[in-house]
Design a protein around this ligand. Structure first.
Ligand code: 1HE
Length: 258
């Protein structure tokens, strides 16, 4: 694993807390840091069942480290973008669900990173932008694939064409974040959710991370079959049998009105 002072990993029970630790540069993602993100998620201990991704300081992440944006030729630019894809794939399709704790700037590559997580909790200070449009570049960290799936291609195009910035309320309304909490509470809420996620049967979490997004991309006819195969595998696990038995015997919690 690449040791890097700009990222920290803290294991609390079954939850891994991964924190970008480069507040002086607003957690801008240098090449070394994006590789450390990849390595951290790739090498989480087996005991971990869920993760929280947080950013030190007032901002979640200012995106690509612009000081490293040298004169790359087309080939180098291609490899650089593919490196980001690989790292963010390790977040999205890594071993466990990831809950992002958003605050302050969630911009450019920072928004691409947040989009690779499974649940996003934003506090009131959060703002979302894609300044790539005004910097004369394009997204390269998977944003063109993941962001339209959250908010739609039209809204993403508007953000890049006009420099539109979404505040925390509007960001939740359009679908960037699933949760909006008062300022300073994103981490606590994200940890609470991750602890809840960690209690699920691992096979259920696997299905939600690996099968659901693929089923959502399949034609309905194929999606129904994939769903049935995944359902059959999940329900056959001894843990699933025990959980259902616990409910039937009154030992498990009921669904409560929200
Ligand atoms: C940086 C970066 C960065 C800050 N790369 N160094 N992302 C952007 O275009 C966003 C650029 N950043 C900003 O708009 C602002 O910095 C923030 C709104 C995020 C924060 O503002 P603020 O007032 O709190 O901080 P600051 O004074 O602007 O920045 C503090 C330091 O961080 C300063 O360095 P210093 O040495 O002068 O102290 C900044 O230069 C540095 N800094 N952001 C490098 N991004 C896979 S492709 C993805 C493509 C992209 O992500 S493009 C979008 C890049």
């Amino acid at each position: 694993m690449t040791p890097n002072k700009d990222i920290t990993l803290d294991i609390r029970g079954s939850v891994a807390i991964v924190r970008l630790n480069r507040a002086a540069k607003r957690n801008a993602l240098s090449d070394a840091l994006i590789l450390a993100v990849r390595d951290t998620f790739q090498n989480l201990p087996d005991t971990v069942r869920a993760a929280v991704l947080d950013g030190q300081g007032e901002h979640f992440c200012a995106g690509l480290d612009l000081s490293e944006l040298k004169e790359r030729d087309a080939g180098a630019g291609l490899y650089h973008s593919r490196m980001w894809h690989e790292a963010l794939e390790r977040v999205q399709y890594g071993p466990v669900p990831v809950v992002a704790a958003l605050h302050g700037a969630v911009v450019g590559g920072g928004l691409e990173l947040a989009s690779a997580c499974h649940i996003r909790v934003a506090d009131e200070s959060t703002f979302y932008a894609l300044p790539e449009g005004s910097r004369g570049i394009f997204v390269g960290g998977g944003g063109a694939v993941r962001i339209p799936r959250l908010i739609g291609a039209a809204r993403m195009a508007d953000m890049m064409l006009t420099g539109r910035v979404y505040n925390a309320q509007d960001g939740e309304r359009v679908g960037f974040a699933q949760y909006l909490v008062p300022q300073g509470q994103a981490f606590d809420k994200a940890l609470e959710l991750a602890e809840r996620v960690a209690e699920n049967a691992p096979l259920t979490n696997y299905a939600l991370m690996h099968a659901l997004p693929r089923i959502a991309e399949q034609p309905a006819d194929q999606g129904f079959l994939t769903e049935a195969l995944m359902a059959a595998i999940a329900q056959s696990a001894p843990e699933a049998k025990e959980r259902v038995r616990a409910f039937l015997e009154g030992r498990a919690s009921k669904v409560k009105k929200g």
